[in-house]
Ligand binder design. Sequence first.
Ligand SMILES: Cc1cc2nc3c(=O)[nH]c(=O)nc-3n(C[C@H](O)[C@H](O)[C@H](O)COP(=O)(O)OP(=O)(O)OC[C@H]3O[C@@H](n4cnc5c(N)ncnc54)[C@H](O)[C@@H]3O)c2cc1C
Length: 456
Amino acid sequence: MSFWYAQEGTPAPREPLTGDTTADVCVVGGGFTGLWTAYYLKKASPFLRITVLEQKFCGYGASGRNGGWLYNGVAGRDRYARLHGREAAVRLQRAMNDTVSEVIRAADEEGIVADIHRGGVLKVARTPAQSARLKAFHAAELAYGEHDRELYGARETARRVRVAGAVASTWTPHGARLHPAKLVRGLAQAVEALGVTIHESTPVTEIRPKHAVTPYGTVRAPYVLRCTEGFTGSLKGQRRTWLPMNSSMIVTEPLPERTWERLGWEGRETLGDMAHAHMYAQRTADGRIALGGRGVPYRFGSRTDNNGRTQPATVLALRELLADLFPELAGARIAHAWSGVLGVPRDWCATVALDRSTGLGWAGGYVGSGVATTNLAGRTLRDLIQQDSGQSGPTELTALPWVNHRVRRWEPEPLRWLGVHGLYAAYRDADRREATTHTAVTPGLARVADRISGRG
Ligand SMILES: Cc1cc2nc3c(=O)[nH]c(=O)nc-3n(C[C@H](O)[C@H](O)[C@H](O)COP(=O)(O)OP(=O)(O)OC[C@H]3O[C@@H](n4cnc5c(N)ncnc54)[C@H](O)[C@@H]3O)c2cc1C
């Protein structure tokens, strides 16, 4: 499925649900969102009976397949600033900065060894247009209170990582590299050890107030939490809620020490660029490069998964990208390629919510930045449930602007397919033009695409 599981092996399966039952809280989905929520709820209220229902196994989704960037980005921050004011968005950003440390702290407390290395996040620019966007991005991040962010020219960038053609970069300490499968597996074990019940191989077909329905029985609970991210469309009534966007990755074989001497990358920063079709990469604990980005962005009818299988054309595009970034890796052996789905809301804004009248809650729509955001979502769902059940009042987390945000649904097919493919064609074309014409101005079509998608 993903290299992370190819390396680790898939975990021993847990028992499915075997009939109707009850719980105080039922969590649907055993990824980071569901597991962090169960973790913090159970820690806060050990008496709660919490059941997690997972269709395959914990970490089967994006949580076990991602690029391992634990970082402070949150989808929708700029829109939240427009909707709720800048101060509210700054609070959200601060909460995200703290979340990076919280994940590392919690993993440490639970004895989860997930190859975490806090080297920060380095984003590089390789064309004049990327450079202009990078400087604007850097300035925007400073304005959101990231005073520890640094801006580098070509020479300083090369001192960190020798990326071909890099003309500038921006670095923040609020990020770490990790091994996703090790984290999600360790978290599931920690949650179980606290006394949470996890049923695997148990697909939920319908969520309705106080009920999670599966082919093997129904869990009745005052609170039912939907934590299904890119798979949400397969639930009854949710087809147009969050669009399942694909992202694909490749990983090299371990690279020889002499290659690393030439590439640098001693800080193990997570590495990204400012292209419209973003690239993201990490130097793994065992000396490989894992790199992701391009792929078929979206399948007709919100189809999601084929267990991570990846089209040859996508693997080729990622290989070419790797060689473009690091020319000496042109012939490097690729050990594994895989894909996964992330959830994209119509306005590109991540949310966490609890409907107090029905007891239904949900969190997600993280787009490509859920490794840290899921943790903030888990702690926020804990606070929302504690508030609703009278155990505590409002907290700093329940007052964040992404709480209880509502967004309109995606268009029906074929508009959805046409729209998303149109957007990505515009982004690919813009990247090509920026690379060949050396213009410093982002092409108009890409700016229009940002506005239409809600990404800008
Ligand atoms: C290739 C790729 C690379 C990424 N890289 C990064 C990165 O480097 N940094 C970053 O911050 N983010 C990254 N992301 C995004 C990040 O991984 C996700 O935002 C995050 O893992 C979402 O966690 P989740 O628990 O909400 O969703 P998931 O991990 O998808 O978990 C949802 C779970 O729900 C289960 N489920 C779904 N439907 C049902 C049902 N009906 N019944 C029962 N169970 C169900 C699924 O099997 C799954 O286990 C990446 C995503 C992908 C796909």
